[in-house]
Structure formats: structure tokens, C-alpha cells
Design a protein around this ligand. Sequence first.
Ligand code: HEC
Ligand code: HEC
Ligand code: HEC
Ligand code: HEC
Ligand code: HEC
Ligand code: HEC
Length: 443
Amino acid sequence: MVMKLHISKHFKGLRAFFSLLLVVNFLGYSTPLSAQEEPAEAAVAEDAGGAIDGKSLFESSCAACHKADARDKKLVGPGLKDARKTWKEKVKIPDLIYTWVVNPNKAAATGDPYVKELLNYDGSAMTPQPFSKEEIDAIFDYVDAYTPPASTGDPAGAVAAAEEEDNSTWWIVIGIMFMIVAVSAGSFRRQLRNAMREKNGKEKLADRSYLDVLKEWAWRNKKLAAMIFILVFIMGMGEVWDRLYGIGVYTGYHPEQPIDFPHSVHAGLNEIDCQYCHSSASKSKHAGIPSVNVCMNCHKGIEGSSEPAKAQIAKIYEAAGFDSETKAYTKEPKPIQWVKVHNLPDHVYFPHAQHVSVAGVECQTCHGEVEKMGTVKQFAPLTMGWCVTCHNETEVALTNNGAYYDEIHRRLLKDKSLYQQYLEDDIVTVRELGGWECVKCHY
Ligand code: HEC
Ligand code: HEC
Ligand code: HEC
Ligand code: HEC
Ligand code: HEC
Ligand code: HEC
């Protein structure tokens, strides 16, 4: 009797424990979408610049020519890490580095030997950068604090993934521990009861299989058993959910390309329109990668002003079969084998034109700040969750928004029930126009 009381008291505690687990589990799975869309590099920007954002200044004004890395890591100019320190040690005139950034010629005119030496640096000359001392300091603060990322994947994501895995291991361990407790509690009770029967001269109870014990136990503890069943079921569904939303997430994917084509120099520094090169983005399903002829429109004349640039641009000439000495197409052309960065599975249909031309979504919304990148790095997760979240949240204007929407608007106005369904609240989302229908996105 005492024993029984004792055990049922334990079970009350266990019951409370499992209710808690249930709630925790629900919370854990309720936010998988927002968690995925956390930009991977947010942490780097935070602590560097203070009020002035050194990172974005560096990326928009210096990154085309400088790496945020050691001096020998050359781009067009030297890497800028610890440049401030170097100048403090080697340059006699204090704060000349600020003069240099704002106006290199003025700094050179001082005749300082370090600066004289610097002018022999075989890159194109540095262009004047009109920034205040505070802004320049913010840039150097960012550069000095910057650590180049490891080459594979993004570390933040990897850590998060590892933590998640730890988590599920814990669930399994807790589950197994619970089974052991339940089974041994059952068999302990049976042994106790058999001992009592033996003492009273009765026959022993028959040995039963664990399954029988489990069944009997579940029958006696219906509520707890149901709770455990639901818990296991939800964990299973959570696993399926994670698979659906998580499989093939390649945010941050950044393959090596046959030519180091810097978007920062073309779309950034030289402000070439995205659609000059990706001209089919507004007209068809694909945005397309430009052929080598498009590169040659400019590069027939632009051979590059630094050694590394020349080496890369020579690869364009090779692909075009162009002889840069004679300025003639004399050789066999070979197409450039660009590596595709964004890859949706074959069963998904994604139309660029509908997003770019009809809906007017900016390239950057889905691809990030490409104009600050070198070769392209995947920005969005490209999961189904990502697509349907945006379709659920994005509102479209049905009036003054082009012929496509005028037509839909007219249709809605004609049909009273449709009108009430969609226009009554004055908000029409992509989802309401069919953006959640499986067949819109799946072949
Ligand atoms: C158009 C290319 C270009 C841009 C843009 C550019 N630089 Fe430079 N920078 C150079 C080159 C090239 C040199 C090497 C000296 C030379 O040849 O003029 C240099 C040298 C420097 C040096 C001296 C480095 C050393 O090792 O002593 C500093 C400091 C510097 N740049 C800072 C900046 C900052 C800060 C920015 C952005 C606000 C910037 N640069 C933007 C091309 C550039
Ligand atoms: C001078 C031509 C040119 C311009 C201008 C240009 N791009 Fe590109 N883009 C390319 C080339 C070449 C590639 C292939 C190399 C690579 O993936 O980095 C590419 C690749 C891409 C990719 C990755 C494609 C893939 O494989 O998944 C995206 C996304 C992209 N560009 C977006 C943009 C955006 C957005 C802009 C405007 C801000 C832009 N591009 C401007 C030439 C250009
Ligand atoms: C609504 C999101 C979205 C917008 C807006 C968008 N893209 Fe894309 N882009 C994608 C997706 C998704 C893919 C992958 C397509 C695939 O694999 O079939 C892609 C692929 C690409 C590619 C690889 C080649 C191709 O056609 O598959 C290039 C280049 C590209 N986009 C450039 C651009 C440019 C330039 C713009 C702006 C004019 C733009 N994108 C606007 C989502 C978008
Ligand atoms: C509208 C003109 C234009 C087009 C089109 C163009 N480029 Fe360029 N490109 C430039 C300019 C300007 C520079 C800067 C040259 C310099 O001074 O180094 C440049 C520089 C480069 C560099 C050297 C970058 C560096 O500093 O390391 C490479 C590589 C390059 N382009 C590749 C390409 C490829 C590949 C294409 C075709 C997909 C292309 N470009 C199309 C104008 C263009
Ligand atoms: C940044 C928000 C955004 C993202 C991300 C996005 N879409 Fe869209 N999508 C839109 C908007 C806005 C429309 C225009 C609605 C319309 O057709 O009137 C649209 C329309 C579409 C349409 C046409 C629907 C129709 O009615 O014809 C398809 C198909 C589509 N999206 C597929 C996708 C797929 C697949 C993805 C993910 C790979 C995706 N979208 C990601 C905003 C987005
Ligand atoms: C707005 C576009 C969009 C809509 C609407 C949509 N899907 Fe998807 N779906 C996608 C994309 C994109 C992927 C690829 C995800 C990936 O590769 O991670 C995908 C993948 C899938 C997969 C394969 C999962 C995997 O891991 O490869 C299934 C199954 C699926 N969708 C079913 C559906 C069903 C059922 C519906 C209707 C209720 C639906 N989808 C509606 C965009 C969409």
C-alpha cells in the first residue's frame, strides 16, 4: 500500500514534467521560419563601428580595391588591416593617413618617404575618398576587428545546426531513461507482489512479456500513456517539418568561379545596371548569365589596371578567342563555365519576370546586396517556407499598378462574392491571388 502510494506520487511528478516538455516542444517548433531568415553576418557588423557603420562604408567605398585583411593580401591596393598602426610607426607626420584617404596627392606632396614608397605600389592609383576623420576611423575599426570567414559555409549556421542536433540527442536520452524507469518500476512491483504471494502460500503470477507489461501499464495509466503518445507523435511531426523546411538549405553557398568576376566593381563602383547583364530577368523565367560577348563590349578596351585584374581579364580574352596584341578574334572561343549558385529542385517553378516586372520586387530582396559582393554568394534560404512566407506577407496594389493587376481588379469588381472575399478589407496578398496553391510553384 505504501509502495503504491509512493509510485503514484512519482507518476504525478512525471506527469507534470511531461506536460512541461510538451509545451517546450511546441515553442521550439513554432518559429522555424523566422529563425532561418536571420542574416548570417549580422554579428560582424554590430560591435565594429559604433554610431557610424564602418562596415557598410568600407564595403561601399573601399572593398572594390582593398581587402579587410593583412597588407600582403592584395586586391587592387594592399590589405588594410592594421594600416593605422603601420602608419603610426613608420610615418613621421601625425595623422597623415587621414589626409591620404581623403586626398592621396596631397599626402604625397609632403614628400614623406613611406608615402613615396607607397606610390610605387603596382595597383591603379587610389582615388580620393572624401570622408571625415570619424568615418575613416570607423572604417579602420571595422577592418582591424574583421576576421576572414572560414571558407566553407557560415560558422554561425553550423553552430546553430550543431546545437539543434545536441537537442534531439537529449530527447532520445530522456525517452530511453523514462522507458527504463517505467519498465523497472513495473517489474519491481511484480517482484514485490510475487514475494507477498509466496509468503502467503499462493501461486506466483505468470511471467509476462514486456509488451504485455507495457500494455497493462498503459491501460492503467491512460492519461499519461496518451500524453506520451502525443509527445512522440509531435516530435515525429516536428522532425518531418524540419526536413521539409530544412532540406537543401544552402544559404551562404559561395562556389569558386572560373573568373573572379567582382559584382562590386561592375554593379557597385561602375554602377552598371543588373539587367544590362541579366537582361532576361524582366522578360522570362530565367535571369540568365551574360555571354562572353557582353563582357567584350567593354573589355575589348579595358585590359585591367592591376596585375590581378589583368590576369582575370585575360581569361575573358581566352574565352572569346580574342588576341589582345592584334585586337582581333583569331582563336577558337571556349565558353566560360560559370558555376550555378542558386539551385531550386527540378519540381519547383520560379518565374523571374512575374517577380521583377509584374510585382516590382527588387533583386536585392532575394539576392542580397549583390553590388557589394565579389563573386555571388547565396543570400536567401530558397526553401518552400521562404517562398510561402513572403507570399503570405506581401501585399499587392490592384490599382495603378499596371495592366496585369487592372485586369484582376476588374474581375473582382464584377463578382460580388469574390469582391467580399478579397477587396472588402482593402488588403490583397500574393497568397490571396493564389500564391499558396501548390500547382503555382510545382510542376
Ligand atoms: C580605386 C581603388 C581604391 C579605392 C576605391 C580605395 N583605395 Fe586605398 N589604395 C588603393 C591603392 C592602389 C593603394 C596603394 C597606393 C597607390 O598605388 O596609390 C591604396 C592605399 C591605401 C592605403 C595605404 C595602405 C598601406 O599599406 O599603407 C590606405 C590606408 C588606403 N588605401 C585606405 C583606403 C580607404 C579607407 C578607402 C575607402 C574609403 C580606400 N583606400 C579606397 C586603391 C584604392
Ligand atoms: C557586367 C555584368 C554583370 C552585372 C552588371 C551584374 N551581374 Fe550578376 N552575374 C554576372 C556574372 C558573369 C555572373 C556569374 C558569376 C557569379 O556567379 O558570380 C553573375 C551572377 C549573378 C548571380 C548568381 C547566379 C547564380 O549562379 O545563381 C546573381 C544572383 C546575380 N548575378 C545578380 C546580380 C544583380 C542583383 C546585379 C545588380 C546589382 C548584377 N547581378 C549585376 C554578371 C553581371
Ligand atoms: C522573389 C525573389 C527573386 C527576385 C526578386 C530576383 N531573383 Fe534571381 N533568383 C531567385 C531564385 C529563387 C533563383 C533560383 C532559380 C532556379 O534555380 O531556378 C534565382 C536565380 C537567379 C540567377 C541565376 C540564373 C537563373 O536565371 O536561374 C540570376 C543571374 C539572378 N537570379 C539574377 C537576378 C536579378 C538580376 C534580379 C533583379 C532584376 C533577380 N534575380 C531578382 C529569386 C529572385
Ligand atoms: C559596361 C562595361 C563592362 C562590362 C560589360 C564588363 N566589365 Fe568587367 N570591368 C569593367 C571596368 C570599368 C572594370 C575596371 C577595370 C580596372 O580598372 O581594373 C572591369 C574590371 C573587370 C575585372 C577585373 C576586376 C578587378 O579589379 O580585379 C574582371 C575580372 C572583369 N571586369 C570581368 C568581367 C566579365 C567576366 C564580364 C562579362 C560577364 C565583364 N567584366 C563585363 C567594365 C565592364
Ligand atoms: C520577396 C517576396 C517573394 C518571395 C521571396 C517569393 N515570391 Fe513569388 N511572388 C511574390 C509577389 C509579390 C508575386 C506577385 C503576385 C502576383 O502574381 O500577382 C509573386 C508571384 C509568384 C508566382 C506567380 C503566381 C501567379 O499568380 O501567377 C509564382 C509561381 C511564384 N511567385 C513563385 C515563387 C517561388 C517558387 C518562390 C521561392 C523560390 C517565390 N515565389 C518567392 C513575392 C515573392
Ligand atoms: C510559393 C511557392 C510554393 C508553393 C505555393 C508550394 N511550394 Fe512546395 N516547395 C517550394 C520550394 C521552393 C521547394 C523546394 C524547397 C527546398 O529545396 O528546400 C518546395 C518543396 C516541396 C516539397 C519537397 C520537399 C523537399 O524536401 O524537397 C514538397 C513535398 C512540397 N514542396 C509540397 C508542396 C505542397 C503539397 C504544396 C501545396 C500545399 C506546396 N508545396 C506549395 C515552393 C512552393
